[in-house]
Design a protein around this ligand. Structure first.
Ligand code: FAD
Ligand code: NAP
Length: 595
């Protein structure tokens, strides 16, 4: 017989009591409950409070508690599974020392901390916690892609993200430099060709050395590493399943979930069978050839940019706009540069099916797509279709719902408070799976490191998610920090902003005589706040390097006046920010005739 509703509720209450060192059944408005919670805070004890007035079945839970303890009222307090009572009894137990004694029967766990996910955030957090003297375990497991691609320790950034991406970006830049070099006097007779296999092999070798380095550093720091898939079975217990399907169970006082994201598919006929994602691209055992990239954000444009840069015939299918969420003037300029350099765009179309015409490495695929604005249907033939339409948080099959950790059902992300704590006090989350936060490696690392310091090092420093600089490598780089122009207008109103902008021509590009008036710089200043720079945007070579420094200046409260007082470094691209005097509102000429 399936359990009755009442039995399910009894089980839930018992689970809460069993799995929380301090469990307070409370009501948010009750002053006695507040007193008890303050008492535990003052004792430095972590508690889990279930606010009965805020749950749908609060009154039924109160009845179950009445049956269990004989106590009708709240707060109803349990310490280490022992019923303490209400407010008066808890205060009395505190005064006579019996409450403190209950903590001595502390539940013992296998680990102080178990981190699920050995990527950017998980590794940073686990190493920091171990260096603060804690017993730590980290689990990392890569579920192979539908094409069967898998990789080693370190997560997305190292294996299938930032690192191989930036190295392939460099391959594209070198191609351009080779072309430029003739104008600087370099003579070479050899026909210049790009060899995909050599590039892939060299990059994969480097990644292999990083994977090894991570394993060594975990061992050096005494972090136990298991190449196993982690899944919660209880709030303090996980099941770890290794590659051979062998299961093991581990308990910990605290958990950090850092499982990252994986590429989303289109769910159209042929996508999982014949298409690849960024998870496959960087270790692709053959040259992709004529490629269709679907999507128009970071991953799509960056991959399209370097593929074109190393000589592929590349088309990008764009559903709506370029780089959603970024300053649209900058995004359109970045795309325009890509177009000049050979990338084709099919705008306002989405694929509806992918069919294999020929097998091979690469084979030949037929893509059918429909317009987002009309009934028009188009077809195209490509060797490779790269789907880059976003990424889904890996939060679905790890038992979070079993232990009651809330997930945002809309995007599968995990909501946390400003200390990266989920609704379950002993479960924390960091990195790409966080709801409403940035999906960037340094953000995951910073959050993980600071979390460990707060949990085990007495620190109070929190991760600051504001004014995080970032760069899109397309391969002309677009770096930014702070607000896009659209967002700044929405928040402050156009009349309260001054936008300074200019085109610029890198000196290195003048001799090869290419791409004049394509690099662009823009700052958005808040007139209501001393012309503070609230948006920084630069499109040009090495924009990532430039943006990093200005990001630091913005953290220090950079104003237009300070920029004007700064003496530039000549001849560089970044110096344009020290001499910007044309405002957008003036409509003044911003084209550059020379450097
Ligand atoms: P991840 O690094 O993704 O790590 C999560 C790990 O957990 C993975 O190894 C995963 O396999 C593992 N895992 C998942 N579920 C389980 C489980 N149940 N049990 C055990 N292990 C599990 N960011 C930048 O800052 N700069 C860039 O230039 C940049 N380029 C990028 C390019 C691409 C193509 C992509 C896809 C991303 C890029 N990013 C970039 C984003 C960056 O990679 C992520 O923000 C970062 O890796 C997030 O770190 P994380 O710790 O949250 O997750
Ligand atoms: P994303 O930012 O979520 O963008 C998804 C793209 O796919 C958008 O262009 C979207 O178009 C399009 N799309 C979605 N569904 C589609 C569909 N059904 N058909 C066609 N197009 C569709 O995803 P992402 O590029 O994968 O990036 C994920 C995160 O990784 C980023 O937020 C970033 O933080 C991180 N990242 C960082 C870097 C870096 O730092 N340089 C590089 C890569 C990734 P619409 O605009 O129409 O929705």
């Amino acid at each position: 017989m399936p359990p009755t509703g009442r039995e399910v509720l009894q089980g839930r209450v018992q689970e809460l009591i069993d799995n929380n060192p301090v469990m307070v059944f409370s009501k948010s408005y009750c002053p006695f409950c507040v007193r008890v919670k303050e008492l535990f805070t003052s004792m430095g004890k972590e508690y889990n409070a279930l606010e009965l007035d805020q749950c749908d079945d609060g009154s039924s839970i109160q009845e179950v508690l009445h049956e269990l303890t004989g106590q009708k009222t709240v707060p109803n307090v349990f310490v280490n599974k022992k019923h303490v009572g209400g407010c008066d009894k808890t205060l009395k137990a505190y005064q006579d020392g019996s409450l403190e004694k209950l903590f001595e029967n502390k539940i013992s766990y296998d680990y102080d901390l178990i981190v699920i996910g050995g990527g950017s955030g998980g590794l940073a957090c686990s190493k920091e916690a171990a260096s603060l003297g804690k017993k730590v375990m980290v689990l990392d497991y890569v579920v192979p892609t539908p094409m069967g691609t898998s990789w080693g320790l370190g997560g997305t950034c190292v294996n299938v993200g930032c690192i191989p991406k930036k190295l392939m970006h460099q391959a594209a830049i070198l191609g351009q430099s080779l072309k430029d070099s003739r104008k600087f006097g370099w003579e070479y007779d050899e026909q210049v060709r790009h060899n995909w296999d050599t590039m892939r092999e060299q990059i994969q070798n480097y990644i292999g050395s990083l994977n090894w380095g991570y394993r060594v550093s975990l061992r050096d720091k005494n972090v136990r590493y298991e190449n196993a898939y982690g899944e919660f079975v209880e709030p303090h217990k996980i099941k770890a399943t290794n590659r051979k399907g062998k299961e093991a169970f581990y308990t910990a006082e605290k958990f950090v979930v850092a499982t990252g994201e994986r590429p989303r598919y289109l769910n159209i006929p042929g996508d999982k069978e014949y298409c690849i994602t960024s998870d496959d691209l960087f270790s692709l055992p053959y040259c992709p050839g004529k490629t269709l990239v679907v999507g128009a954000s970071y991953v799509a444009l960056e991959c399209a940019g370097f593929l074109a840069g190393i000589g592929m015939d590349v088309t990008v299918m764009v559903r709506s706009i370029f780089l959603r969420g970024f300053d649209q003037e900058m995004a359109n300029r970045a795309a325009a540069y890509m177009e000049i350099h050979g990338v084709k765009f099919i705008k306002k179309f989405v694929p509806t099916s992918v069919e294999q015409l020929e097998e091979g490495t690469p084979g030949k695929l037929k893509v059918v797509a429909k317009s987002t604005e009309s009934d028009q249907v188009i077809e195209g033939e490509y060797n490779t279709v790269l789907i880059a339409v976003g990424r889904d948080a890996c939060t679905r099959n790890i038992g979070l719902e079993k232990i009651g950790v809330k997930i945002n059902e809309r995007n599968w992300k995990v909501p946390v408070n400003d200390e990266e704590q989920t609704n379950l006090p002993n479960v924390y989350a960091i990195g790409d799976i966080l709801d409403g936060k940035l999906e960037l490696t340094p953000v995951a690392i910073q959050a993980g490191r600071l979390l460990a310091r707060r949990l085990y090092g007495g620190s109070t420093a929190k991760c600051d998610y504001v004014n995080v600089p970032t760069t899109v490598f397309t391969p002309m780089e677009y770096g930014c920090c702070g607000y896009s122009e659209e967002k700044a207008i929405e928040i402050y109103g156009e009349e309260n902003l001054e936008v300074y902008h200019t085109l610029f021509w890198p000196l290195e590009w003048t001799v090869p005589s290419r791409d004049n008036n394509t690099c662009f710089a823009k700052i958005i200043c808040n007139k209501l706040d001393n012309d503070r720079v609230i948006g920084f945007h630069v499109l040009g070579p090495n924009a990532g390097e430039i943006t990093q420094g200005f990001g630091a200046a913005m953290k220090c409260g950079l104003t237009k006046e300070k920029l004007d007082e700064t003496i530039g470094i000549h001849p560089t691209c970044a110096e344009v920010f020290t001499t910007m005097d044309v405002t957008k509102s003036s409509g003044g000429d911003i084209t550059q005739k020379g450097c």
